[in-house]
Design a protein around this ligand. Structure first.
Ligand code: BGC
Length: 718
């Protein structure tokens, strides 16, 4: 065999080692840095035109790395691939609301297949950053506030994506929990708390998903840039967790050559956004001068090639194919349907009867489509977008508020042909109220656009929509609010309305999914993966640190819409006194009641729990029965929580589909790390030999059954 590394009988490591031995120094250097192809003039011929590109080595058969953002579908934020749309999944928070691991796999597999169709072999995303800041502009890309839920879903998504023989990247490692000042902020946190929260989410996602690469974050963590943070990249990731893939930088997140390389960063991405190309000529000099040992460069390249072999990129090169958008749209529809959360349903106003004569549909451009979130994850709809609105400011140069062309109004009209639907765009609240007064029922679509690079200034809906909803509710007692938001919002009008549906950003087929839930074709089964606070006073940080506006800095090129933050470079830190107590755990610690708790969601049927038995020992196993006590099929997500170190933690769940009257016994076994505290002295996870209280119920605040169980003292490696 002329290329012995193509022998599939060898392990990925053996194949990578054989290939590394063939590379010249220049070839090795060329594999550890690369540009945004769209900013190259001319763009590389073999670039698929995504966010990133690393040239291959044709003489040895090493393919170029064609990288695309893919948190919610194959992104095309700046439309560098003119006219190229893709299937848009609902937002990460919607997917997380499903608590459905199989669905996360299916969604990942679908996105991975579209990536192959478009010639991409490296996906950039999704992310497993936990929601520490409910106003964070990227919450919609992530999977909520719990390490187990986020880790499990991210892992399944990665596994699904990589089933297409491509590499998937998990991002942003770690603590990129606010977009404000993301290029300068130093997130400070205690190590044990970090291990028990954000790092645990990544750890679980890596164990379950085996991602070929990890992307570092922009921010600093405890004083060091995430991309030159030896503790994170080498100690935790590569040593403690034994991670064998490569670490790529975020775009514009590299600040040095030798320091970053020696800390464990393996590849510089989107290099035009860095102050200089750190991993090109400068790295070569550092190797030649002995500042960086040659072995480290070999390791960097070995990690990249190993992942490519391990995940099949060499053996199954991508070839452009037609995409089956109809089939993929079905996956997006299912994900949207599973992710919609019914928050309020007074007097069973929902599901809607098809006999209602006149329904007022107000606002949210519901006649044109469903909203999506902005930034690098932006999926451009296939065909004609529902609607595109210009954004002001720096963001406006490359972002538009984009609606997927799946109109809830049109879907409802098709669903209930006997009903008269009257649309009002909500821009004139008096006219909208006049319409609502004369209808049997009113549905208000409320939207909140969120984007990467900015946080939301408030937990309230923007553009006076709170007042609009209140005025509609004051004239029609049967007012239902459909929320298309990127993140939780407060609801000053909650007591006045009859129903609330949290539809998040619902993707390519979102309008149909919303309509099918409203009319009861689908029984809502979503459960919140994030607490809804009553007000900013419930948050760890009532004000977002660094939300300061100064004069823009000349010559600044970083992809932030708030360039003023550069002024604070290196001088701006955020403490995390909440530690591992994020979201529901913070509410628990503070004794504060959220508007809607983590895990909450209603159904058109009812469920009951019985026969809880608990087994202790090295971990906890809970066996119990769930019964559908109502009159129609439904899905319950039974959640098991334990009290660890004085606080409540989700330790497992079971998602059970039950026919009316049906019962099922289910078993949930905890990952023992969730029963432990992290002890930096050991170092490792420590479970004390003591009784532990366990509760079972439909959300973090409503406990149906409980018991206590004895644990054996155990130490678990980091
Ligand atoms: C984002 C990443 C993204 C990259 C490439 C960065 O600004 O933080 O999530 O993968 O751009 O588009």
């Amino acid at each position: 065999m002329t290329q012995p590394w193509m022998n599939t009988a060898l392990s990925a490591d053996e194949r990578a080692d054989l290939l590394v031995a063939q590379l010249t120094l220049d070839e090795m250097i060329s594999l550890v840095h690369g540009p945004m192809p769209a900013l190259c003039n001319p763009p590389p011929e073999d670039a698929a035109m995504g966010a990133g590109y690393i040239p291959g080595v044709p003489r040895l058969g090493i393919p170029p790395l064609n990288e695309t953002d893919a948190s919610l579908g194959i992104a095309n934020p700046r439309r560098v691939r003119a006219g190229d749309g893709a299937t848009g999944l609902p937002s990460g928070l919607a997917l997380a609301s499903s608590w459905d691991i199989d669905l996360a796999y299916e969604a990942g597999a679908m996105v991975g297949s579209e990536a192959r169709d478009k010639g991409f072999n490296v996906l950039l995303g999704g992310g497993a950053n936990l929601t520490r800041e409910p106003r964070c502009g990227r919450n919609f890309e992530y999977l909520g506030e719990d390490p187990l839920l986020a880790g499990k879903l991210a892992g399944a998504g990665i596994k699904g994506a990589q089933s297409n023989q491509i590499v998937c990247t998990l991002k942003h490692f770690a603590l990129n929990d606010q977009e404000t000042c993301r290029h300068v902020v130093d997130a400070r946190i205690d190590e044990a708390a970090l291990r028990e929260s954000d790092l645990l989410a990544f750890q679980i996602a890596i164990e379950d998903g085996d991602p070929g690469s990890i992307m570092c974050a922009y921010n600093k963590v405890n004083g060091e840039w995430a991309g030159e943070n030896e503790f994170l990249l080498t100690q935790v990731l590569k040593k403690d967790w034994g991670y064998r893939g490569w670490v790529m930088s975020d775009w514009g997140a590299v600040h040095s050559t030798a320091k970053a390389v020696m800390a464990g960063l393996d590849q510089e991405s989107g290099e035009q956004l860095d102050k200089q190309v750190y991993f090109g000529a400068s790295l070569k000099v550092a190797i030649e001068d002995g500042e960086v040992p040659f072995e480290r460069l070999s390791d960097m390249v070995q990690r990249i090639l190993r992942s490519l072999f391990h995940h099949g990129v060499f053996d199954a090169p991508t070839e452009r194919r037609e995409t089956d958008y109809a089939a993929n749209g079905e996956v997006a529809l299912k994900a949207a349907e599973h992710g919609i959360v019914l928050l309020k349903n007074q007097n069973s106003v929902l599901p809607l009867s098809r006999k209602v004569r006149r329904i007022a549909v107000i606002g949210g451009h519901a006649d044109q489509g469903v909203l999506s979130g902005g930034g690098s994850s932006q999926v451009i709809p296939v065909g004609v977008p529902g609607l595109e609105l210009e954004v002001g400011g720096v963001a406006g140069a490359f972002v538009k508020v984009t609606y997927h062309p799946s109109s809830p109004l049109r879907a409802m009209e098709a669903e209930a042909p006997q009903t008269q639907f009257m649309f009002n765009d909500g821009s004139d609240p008096a006219a909208a109220a006049d319409l609502a007064r004369n209808c049997d029922l009113a549905i208000v679509f409320a939207t909140q656009w969120a984007t990467e690079a900015e946080d939301l200034p408030s937990l309230n809906l923007p553009d006076d929509q709170d007042a609009l909803i209140a005025s509609i509710a004051s004239v029609n007692t049967k007012t239902i609010v459909v929320l298309e938001t990127g993140t939780p919002v407060v609801m000053p009008w909650l007591d006045q309305v009859a129903g609330v549906l949290q539809a998040w950003y619902s993707g390519t087929r979102g309008g149909e999914a919303i309509s099918r839930v409203l009319f009861g074709e689908v029984n809502p089964s979503g459960r919140l993966p994030i607490s809804f606070p009553c007000s900013v006073e419930d948050l760890v940080r009532p004000e977002i640190p660094g939300l300061i506006f100064g004069p823009p800095i000349e010559g600044q090129t970083l992809p932030t819409t708030r360039p003023d933050v550069q002024q604070h470079k290196g001088r701006f830190s955020v403490d995390h006194p909440e530690g591992a107590d994020i979201g529901y755990r913070w509410h628990d610690r503070q004794g504060s009641k959220p508007l809607f708790p983590f895990g909450f969601g209603l159904s058109y049927t009812d469920f009951a729990y019985s026969a809880l038995t608990l087994t202790g020992g090295e971990t906890i196993t809970a066996k119990f029965e769930v019964t559908n006590t109502g009159a129609r099929q439904g899905v319950e997500t039974a959640q098991v929580y334990a009290r660890v170190a004085g606080g409540s933690r989700l330790i497992g769940w079971a998602r059970v589909s039950l026919k009316a009257g049906e019962s099922r016994q289910v078993t949930v076994t905890a990952d023992p790390r969730l029963l432990a505290t992290y002890d930096v002295g050991v170092p490792g996870w420590r479970i004390d030999p003591s009784p532990m209280e366990v509760t079972l119920g439909p959300n973090a605040q409503q406990m149906s059954l409980s018991g206590s169980v004895l644990l054996t003292g155990t130490l678990i490696a980091p």
